[in-house]
Design a binder for this molecule. Structure first.
Ligand code: GLY
Length: 345
């Protein structure tokens, strides 16, 4: 038998034999040669992508990339991710996160307090426990047992200001990033950095990230403080596998952002994966689920924002949103760029 040449490689790949190994001739890493790509939600994704790309461009796994990528956002002070984010209506920051790899392994944490990197705790749940999801004090106890530090129970300066503003009316009304730039004066620093708003005006968002590595494996991650000033104990879609995040390595990876309740009711990310399985492109698949949400919500759809990003197993990507104002960041070998999503209306 002759050693495999490039033609042979293409031939085997095209028949889906990418994990096939010829003893003594070639190993999996030679056979599989996908072009890595990472896609993440919102403009915060640009920074997060840089960390993910460091992993992907040096042959690392999509799983490591999506964990390390969103940790960047968890470290930033912003309205909606990590310990610096807006609190619930009782004044406490509670965090949700999930992670999923190419073999249907998944882990999540929800209603987690005082832990800086919920995404890493979610990964430990996936790798070190027989469970998929840990919540509240149990999740915190597990994190501490795994060596995570218990941070102070205090709000960031931005969150404290936003909370004090909110307390003046104390009404629960998530304000989504819909057409946000058109509402911000162009000379305001927030115009290009809506995650760093100091007036607490926008209070709902998530960083979600999906990636394909050079081995042809997909993974995804999602981390958020959920809706600002939510009821204590409220969970959104982000920690729910199939809603906020879903990965099927034979098909694609999907993550959601926006009104979690409406992503949950359609099992949003899983539904997008199923449309891709039927042959739809990532963008078409996202659009079909957004249309479904619009049909369900009827006239109430105008008050919410829901958005999906998706990658298929060929590395094609796409996004779709209910309304204008959603952007997403894509890093491939061509560079790191922020794209405006298409939307229904
Ligand atoms: N999409 C995040 C949440 O609703 O909590």
């Amino acid at each position: 038998m002759k050693p495999i040449n490039r033609r042979g490689f293409i031939h085997l790949s095209s028949f889906g034999l990418t994990s096939f190994t010829l003893p003594g001739f070639i190993n999996k890493s030679v056979l599989i040669n996908k072009k890595p790509i990472v896609v993440s939600t919102w403009d915060a994704g640009l920074n997060a992508n840089l960390a993910a790309w460091k992993v992907l461009s040096t042959g690392g796994t999509a799983l490591d990339a999506v964990e390390q990528g969103v940790m960047v956002t968890e470290n930033e002070i912003n309205c909606c991710v990590g310990l610096g984010a807006n609190p619930d209506r009782d004044g406490h920051v509670t965090l949700d996160a999930s992670i999923m790899d190419h073999q249907f392994n998944c882990g999540s944490v929800a209603f987690l307090e005082r832990i800086k990197h919920p995404i890493s705790v979610a990964r430990r749940v996936m790798e070190k426990t027989p469970h998929v999801m840990l919540v509240g004090s149990g999740a915190q106890q597990f994190a501490i047992s795994e060596g995570f530090s218990l941070e102070k129970d205090e709000l960031s300066k931005d969150a404290k200001n936003a909370y004090e503003n909110w307390l003046k009316k104390s009404t629960y009304k998530p304000i989504y990033n819909v057409e946000r730039q058109s509402e911000i004066p162009k000379n305001d620093a927030a115009y290009n950095a809506p995650h760093k708003l100091s007036n607490g005006e926008w209070n709902h968002d998530t960083i979600g990230m999906i990636a394909l590595d050079a081995q042809g494996n997909l993974s995804g991650s999602c981390t958020t403080s959920g809706a600002g000033f939510k009821m204590r104990g409220r969970l959104g879609d982000s920690p729910i596998i199939g809603a906020g995040l879903y990965v099927d390595n034979e098909v694609g990876a999907v993550v959601a952002t926006g009104q979690g309740e409406d992503v949950i009711r359609v099992a949003g990310s899983s539904a997008v994966v199923e449309f891709m399985r039927q042959g739809k492109s990532p963008k078409e698949a996202c659009k079909l689920v957004i249309e479904r949400i619009r049909r369900i919500k009827k006239e109430k759809a105008k008050d919410i924002q829901v958005c999906f990003i998706a990658i298929n197993n060929k590395g094609e990507y796409g996004a779709y949103a209910l309304h204008n104002g959603f952007n997403y960041a894509v890093h491939s070998e061509k560079g790191n760029e922020l794209l405006e999503s298409e939307f229904l209306d």
